[in-house]
Design a protein around this ligand. Structure first.
Ligand SMILES: *Cc1c(COP(=O)(O)O)cnc(C)c1O
Length: 374
C-alpha cells in the first residue's frame, strides 16, 4: 500500500543518530541544544523548546499561556483533535469557529463572531501547510487581550507575507511525527516570541524545575539546588531524536522542492478531471505542501476512498470535525455548528504526498483516481 505520507531517511540522517549513540549524551545534551537553535533560526529567531510530540508541544504551549479552568479558546474544527484537546485537558472551554469554504483554514470573520473578553487564546492550524490569516487573527486577539497560537504541525518551512512560520503567532507548535514535513520519530517543538512564554514552556516540559539562581525562592541550599514553582511534566526530546531532527532540517528545502513538484504534477493532471476540486493557495503565502487534499464531489468520497484503498493507494481523510468526537459530543457540542467544516469533511480525500514518492507513483495515483471516478 502506497501510504498518504511517510518519512524520508538518508544515510546522513542515519549517521547522525549513530554518532549520538556512540557519544556521552543520550538526552539533555548538545544535540538537543543544537536542534533547538536550528529550529529557532528557521522560525523567526525566537526561542524553541523541543518536546516528545506535537501533542506535548500543544500541552506545553497552552500551559505556558496559563490556560486553565474558566478560560475560553477559539479554534478550528478542521484539525487533529490535539489542537483543542490539550486546551480542554487544562480546563478551558473551546469555541469552535468555522473555516473558510475553500482553504479550510479558520475564518477570521467566524472568529470575530465568537470572540469575547473571556477568550484567552485563538488557536489556528495551518491546514495542509498553508498558513492561516495571521494579520487578521492577531488584530482580533489584540482587541480582547487574547494571544494567538499557531498549530504548525503541517507547516514548518512555510511563509506568510514573507514571514516564516514561527514568527506569525505569539506561540507556535510543531510536530515531527513520521508523516509530517520532517521527522524525529515522535517529537515536537514550541516556539515563542515572548521569552517569558518560552521559559514557561521550557519549565513545564522539564517537570517545572527552576535552575536559575536569580529566581530561587530558597537560597540557603548548595550548588546542587533546583526547585519547583509550578507543576510540570517530562516532555524532553532525546539527543538521539534531536540529532535526527538536525539532519532532517538540513533537508527541509529539498523536501519543500519535491513536495512542490508533486503538487504541480497533481494540479496539471487532476485539473482535467470532472467530479474533483483541487486545493487552493492564496497569493500571499509560500508553502511546504504537507497534504494534497482534493474534494470528491457528488457524494462519492466514501466510494472513491474505498476504491483507492482496494487498489493499493493509501488515501486518508483529514479531518473529521473535532467536535464530532464523542468526548466533545458528550460535553454538549452539536453537529451542524460549523457547516463549512462539515461540508469540507464530507468531500475531503488526502492523496499521497511525501518526498520519496516517485513521478511514476504519482502517475499511478492519478490513473487510479481517474479510473475510480469513471
Ligand atoms: C500531527 C498533528 C498534531 C499532533 O502531533 P503528534 O506529534 O502526532 O502528537 C497536532 N496538530 C495537528 C494539526 C497535527 O497534524
Amino acid at each position: 500500500m502506497l501510504p498518504y505520507g511517510r518519512q524520508s531517511i538518508s544515510e546522513s540522517d542515519i549517521a547522525a543518530v549513530i554518532e549520538v549513540l556512540r557519544g556521552d549524551w543520550l538526552t539533555t545534551g548538545p544535540a538537543v541544544a543544537m536542534f533547538e537553535a536550528r529550529i529557532a533560526e528557521i522560525a523567526g529567531g525566537h526561542r524553541a523548546v523541543t518536546t516528545t510530540s506535537g501533542t506535548a508541544a500543544l500541552h506545553a504551549a497552552y500551559a505556558a499561556l496559563g490556560v486553565s479552568t474558566g478560560d475560553r479558546v477559539v479554534s478550528t474544527p478542521m484539525t487533529f483533535v490535539a489542537t483543542t484537546s490539550m486546551a480542554s485537558i487544562l480546563g478551558a472551554t473551546i469555541d469552535f469557529a468555522d473555516v473558510e469554504e475553500d482553504t479550510a483554514l479558520i475564518d477570521p470573520n467566524a472568529v470575530d463572531a465568537v470572540l469575547d473578553e473571556r477568550t484567552k487564546v485563538i488557536a489556528a492550524v495551518d491546514y495542509a501547510g498553508h498558513p492561516a490569516d495571521y494579520d487578521r487573527l492577531s488584530a482580533s486577539a489584540s482587541r480582547v487581550g487574547a494571544r494567538v497560537l499557531d498549530d504548525a504541525a503541517h507547516s514548518i518551512g512555510s511563509f506568510y507575507k514573507g514571514r516564516p512560520v514561527g514568527d506569525l503567532a505569539d506561540i507556535t507548535t510543531f510536530s515531527f511525527f513520521p508523516t509530517k514535513n520532517l521527522t524525529t520519530g515522535e517529537g515536537g517543538a514550541v516556539v515563542a516570541k515572548d521569552p517569558v512564554l518560552a521559559r514557561r514552556a521550557h519549565e513545564f516540559h522539564t517537570i517545572g524545575l527552576v535552575r536559575d539562581p536569580k529566581r530561587f525562592r530558597i537560597s540557603s541550599e548548595g550548588a546542587w539546588h533546583q526547585e519547583v514553582h509550578e507543576f510540570g511534566v517530562n516532555y524532553r526530546l532525546t539527543d538521539i531524536a534531536s540529532a535526527l531532527g538536525v539532519a532532517q532540517l538540513r533537508r527541509l528545502d529539498e523536501f519543500k522542492r519535491r513536495r512542490a513538484e508533486i503538487t504541480r504534477r497533481y494540479d496539471r493532471a487532476l485539473g482535467e478531471l470532472d467530479g474533483v476540486r483541487l486545493p487552493v493557495q492564496r497569493g500571499d503565502v509560500d508553502i511546504v505542501r504537507h497534504l494534497y487534499p482534493v474534494r470528491i464531489l457528488d457524494g462519492r468520497r466514501r466510494e472513491i476512498f474505498d476504491k483507492m484503498r482496494l487498489q493499493g493507494i493509501g488515501v486518508q481523510v483529514n479531518y473529521m470535525p473535532v467536535y464530532w468526537h464523542p468526548v466533545y459530543a458528550d460535553a454538549g457540542y452539536r453537529r451542524g455548528m460549523c457547516p463549512n467544516a462539515e461540508a469540507f469533511y464530507s468531500e475531503e480525500l488526502s492523496l499521497p504526498i511525501y518526498p520519496d514518492l516517485t513521478d511514476s507513483q504519482v502517475d499511478q495515483v492519478i490513473d487510479t483516481l481517474g479510473r475510480a471516478l469513471r
